[in-house]
Design a protein around this ligand. Structure first.
Ligand SMILES: Cc1cc2nc3c(=O)[nH]c(=O)nc-3n(C[C@H](O)[C@H](O)[C@H](O)COP(=O)(O)OP(=O)(O)OC[C@H]3O[C@@H](n4cnc5c(N)ncnc54)[C@H](O)[C@@H]3O)c2cc1C
Length: 502
């Protein structure tokens, strides 16, 4: 899906100052007292105008070709520049456009869905989320926002299935041992106490609900009838369409195939005033939001590398494969399914289906959904394997075999025979070691970060967008509703790592 570089937004009226400096070692340092709104403390530091450094080639291979920015690059001006056109960045842009009168630019080094978003299976489930965990309230809020969106499409006479690939399938987390089922029973109680509709299914009930599934005496499942799913590509296309409706008002611009290279600030001010991309300069009057998925860590390092704000976001790419089978009638599903072991995916090696392959931790847990086009979608793998997105046939075999443990009908077909009718999706989940996305302002700057959603970025996108917009607009906490209020009091979404030099 190659798209031409688009610069849909006309140059804004009014003068644009070009008195910006790339971070340059030779420039005089400007001492600032950085105030962290997040930690509510004053942070002494000096913010120097320093030299632009390009992203490190080994961590972002496709950026190797980047050279110095052309002096004739065009200039555009917006209130907010969002870096990254994955589900997180596009949702943030949409939220700004709908909830404020600010103008927004979205810039991506490639095109939407070229990152993790394009590989997403699309379940927006509460089944594998833990009540009371750091991300629980965000998940609840986000899910509510997705439902509100689907309902509003219905109210407009549009079909959410067509527009978003929206399906109210319900979800089943399947346990195959008595140990699993005891834990699933506890999980169901916990979810019910948290106000989520959930029920525990015995092996017999499970068999009736999902006839294609191999069910043993000791099997059982957590069933969440309210869980739903969407199609990531359709959802992204819809959000882009909504965003583009603001072009005619001069409030939206897309800059695709246009990697961000540095942040620029005026000599006499600490705030970032522009984003330098390969092809243009995007001036930002209010804020910059970095939503570059698994690339956010190295991008932030490079953007802040020689300033005294030391940002260390330990986000890593966690490679995932999904197998998509078209016209495959042997297995039909009534619900979305995942195996119990999936819930341990944060710590790969604690997962019973994990192994070490070529020195890399690998885990394959069964997930199975039917998408809105009737394809059977089987997942999924997790690997820390750098930024490589090539299909690995060994992993496809693992996924197939693991799925066959749950759907014996699959054993009647060899995966190699399905080569023509299958598709494989590979994406790099933005993995955070502590399992929490980083949604926060960079202390002492007008830069905000929204990254690290690992396997839940589709689910958490709308809640994340709401949080970011409220943070940028400086809305009081209570306007976040209870969900974000509680979370932010506990400060779960701080920037992990060394954050900032004190
Ligand atoms: C196999 C698989 C299955 C999944 N299933 C689900 C699921 O069922 N449900 C769910 O909720 N989540 C799921 N996820 C997770 C979800 O897809 C991710 O959490 C989510 O897509 C992350 O979105 P993002 O916008 O942060 O990142 P991305 O989609 O990766 O977007 C980041 C963007 O930043 C751009 N970028 C990078 N560097 C630069 C730069 N220097 N300049 C400009 N742009 C830059 C990239 O080109 C990219 O487009 C799955 C992921 C995988 C891999």
């Amino acid at each position: 899906m190659a798209m031409a570089v688009t610069s849909l937004y006309p140059l804004t009226a009014g003068p644009i100052s070009t008195n910006y400096a790339a971070y340059s070692q030779s420039s005089c340092p400007v001492s600032l007292a950085l105030r962290s709104s997040l930690f509510r403390c004053r942070i002494p530091g000096s913010f120097s105008a320093k030299k632009l450094r390009l992203p490190r080639p080994e961590s972002a291979p496709s950026m190797k070709r980047l050279k110095a920015v052309s002096a004739s690059a065009s200039h555009h001006s917006f209130d907010v520049v969002v870096v990254g056109a994955g589900i997180i960045g596009l949702s943030i842009a949409r939220q700004f456009l709908l909830e404020s009168d600010l103008s927004i630019a979205v810039v991506d080094r490639a095109v939407p869905c070229s990152g993790a978003t394009g590989a997403g299976q699309g379940y927006l489930w509460m089944a594998h989320k833990t009540p009371g965990s750091d991300t629980w309230e965000l998940a609840v809020r986000s899910r509510k926002l997705w439902e509100t969106l689907a309902n509003s499409l219905n109210d407009q006479g549009l079909n959410p299935l067509d527009i978003l690939g929206w399906m109210n399938t319900g979800s089943l987390v399947v346990g195959s041992s008595s140990e699993d089922t005891i834990k699933l029973q506890e999980r169901v109680n916990q979810l019910m106490e948290a106000g989520v509709r959930a029920e525990f299914l015995s092996s017999r009930e499970l068999e009736q609900k999902e006839p294609a599934l191999f069910v043993q005496e000791e099997s059982g499942a957590a069933f969440l009838p309210g869980d739903c799913q969407l199609d990531a590509h359709k959802a992204v296309a819809y959000i882009e369409k909504v965003n583009r409706e603001f072009i005619s008002q001069g409030r939206y611009g897309e800059f695709y195939n246009n990697p961000v290279m540095s942040l620029l600030r005026a000599y006499d001010k600490g705030e970032v005033e522009a984003v330098q991309t390969l092809k243009c300069t995007l001036h930002c009057k209010k804020a910059i939001v970095i939503a570059a998925g698994c690339w956010s860590g190295c991008l932030m390092n490079d953007l802040f590398c020689e300033s005294d704000i030391s940002v260390d976001i330990p986000v890593k790419p966690r490679k995932g494969h999904l197998l998509v089978l078209g016209n495959f009638d042997s297995v039909q599903l009534n619900h979305g399914l995942m195996e119990f072991g999936y819930m341990n995916h944060q710590n790969l090696l604690s997962n019973p289906t994990s192994s070490v392959m070529n020195g890399q931790e690998l885990s394959v847990s069964m997930t199975a959904t039917m998408d809105s086009m009737g394809n059977l979608v089987l997942g999924s793998s997790r690997q820390i394997a750098g930024y490589n997105t090539e299909v690995d046939e060994t992993i496809i075999d693992f996924i197939w075999k693991r799925a066959a443990d749950f759907f014996p009908k699959l054993r009647e077909t060899s995966i190699s025979k399905l080569r023509k009718s299958r598709k494989v999706r590979v994406g790099l989940r933005p993995y955070m070691p502590d399992g929490r996305p980083a949604i926060a302002p960079v202390p002492g700057s007008n830069v905000f970060l929204a990254a690290g959603h690992e396997g839940s970025g589709l689910s958490l996108a709308l809640g994340t967008a709401e949080m970011v917009v409220d943070m940028v607009l400086g809305k009081p906490l209570q306007e976040h509703g209870d969900a974000c209020k509680i979370e932010r009091q506990k400060q779960p979404f701080v920037l992990p790592g060394k954050r900032i030099s004190y």
